[in-house]
Write a protein that binds this ligand. Sequence first.
Ligand SMILES: [Zn+2]
Length: 79
Amino acid sequence: MTQLECKEIFAMLSQYLDRELPGDVCDQIWQHINGCPPCVEFVKSLEKTVALCREVPFSERPTPLGEDALERLKAAFQK
Ligand SMILES: [Zn+2]
């Protein structure tokens, strides 16, 4: 089983912003984040996303991110 890299996590979260992230990918993301402190720190800024990813089926999610979280994610990508 291949461990995802942090940049892949960020990329997947970006897809999620576009509503394209399936539930099994959410699981993969969580498996990575649980063992990766840098990603934990990053995801803290996306707390809303995280909660929705774990608790709500993808097709039922409302608009998950506020502008603030979106800007944080974009900033992370540009590093
Ligand atoms: Zn990571």
